[in-house]
Design a protein around this ligand. Structure first.
Ligand SMILES: [Zn+2]
Length: 93
């Protein structure tokens, strides 16, 4: 890995004393909608939890809760094993 390769970054949010960060309903899409199921077969929705480089997004970026993040990670690994999604970006070699 080269030194100056930056994983895709989000703009840094500044801490503000006046306006504390959100405190709303569940951010986890699976807690918010219990009818949503995570399965290795649903490649399209699994892609939402991968970075551009094919890595599993951390919870703070994916917005899932700990419980569902574990499920997402497991299903992504299953899908990878079945070659439904790549381990690494196909265009890099
Ligand atoms: Zn959840």
């Amino acid at each position: 890995m080269e030194n100056n390769v930056t994983e895709e970054r989000q703009p840094r949010r500044r801490y503000s004393a006046r306006k504390p960060m959100r405190k709303r309903g569940p951010s986890c899409p699976f807690c918010a909608d219990s009818s949503k199921r995570i399965t290795y077969k649903d490649v399209e929705s699994l892609r939402a939890f991968l970075t551009e480089r094919g890595k599993i997004k951390p919870r703070r970026r994916a917005g899932t809760c700990a419980k569902h993040q574990r499920v997402v990670a497991r299903e992504i690994k299953r899908a990878r094993h079945l070659a439904l999604i790549p381990f690494s970006p196909e265009h890099l070699r």
